[in-house]
Design a protein around this ligand. Structure first.
Ligand code: 3PY
Ligand code: MG
Length: 248
């Protein structure tokens, strides 16, 4: 069963975030057994070619879900054409924006995705098979990470084709004047409103935290798309801890 099917049936999917242009790190981290990798093209300083090299290094061991920097048709098309298993669209604040993101991920007649011959289509060799399956096998994940998205969430989740809503606690807290206070009761209440709307529509929920501990509360609330930690955080944490021990 592929990632998107597992997402749609609400399997628990454990992931971590990649932010650095390193196929070797992607290879190592995917070999740990993560179900999925949240590859951050919004804040990470990577080109489409960097992502392609990293997908090649991951080699299907983990599902590769790339967060696009902008929700433009042009960018989403390129990211899907290099063979990502799905996208995460940041800052989707209205139902119209959600509809646009879904359309960018689907070939006509369901959407507006352009037809190309790239890595996703086996450079042409798997064209026919890919065309048959892509519209259902690509995961479309939108982020709720602004108070406007929270206020529109009941309308947003009515849009067909959304496979999961991923909370961005940091941007959400910032939009509420509580930057970084991801556990502030008002932020938690806003997140819970998103949670209720998604659960009513049986849409999977995702949450990011910098540590395993920070995502625990949401895993317990029934969130299934979990992302904990980052590549940079693992390297920094390990390097610092080792040096601190040496100094003791
Ligand atoms: C945020 O917290 O804003 C995020 O986008 C995390 O993925
Ligand atoms: Mg964000």
């Amino acid at each position: 069963m592929n990632f998107t099917q597992r997402l749609r049936q609400n399997d628990l999917l454990l992931g971590t975030m990649l932010t650095l242009p390193s196929p070797e790190l992607a290879e190592m981290i995917s070999s740990c057994g993560y179900d999925w990798l949240f590859m951050d093209g919004e804040h990470g300083n990577l080109s489409t070619l960097d992502w392609q090299r990293m997908l090649q290094a991951v080699a299907g061991r983990s599902a590769a879900i790339i967060r696009v920097a902008t929700n433009s048709e042009r960018e989403i098309k390129k990211i899907l054409d290099i063979g990502a298993d799905g996208i995460i669209a940041p800052q989707v604040n209205t139902a119209d924006e959600a509809r646009h993101v879904v359309a960018c991920c689907k070939y006509p007649p369901q959407g507006i995705r352009g037809v190309g011959l790239a890595r996703a289509q086996g450079y042409g060799r798997n064209f026919a098979d890919y065309m048959k399956t892509a519209n259902v096998s690509i995961a479309v994940i939108i982020q709720a990470e602004h108070i406007d998205a929270v206020n529109n969430i009941e309308e947003i989740v009515e849009v067909d084709g959304i496979d999961a809503v991923f909370i961005g606690p940091y941007d959400l807290s910032a939009s509420m004047g509580l930057i970084g206070q991801v556990d502030h009761p008002e932020v938690v209440e806003a997140i819970d409103r998103v949670g209720r709307a998604c659960q009513q529509r049986d849409i999977s929920l995702g949450y990011f935290g910098t540590t395993a501990e920070s995502v625990q509360a949401y895993a317990s609330k029934g969130y299934h798309l979990i992302c904990a930690g980052t590549d940079a955080g693992f390297v920094l944490g390990g390097a610092q801890q080792t040096l601190d021990k040496l100094r003791e």
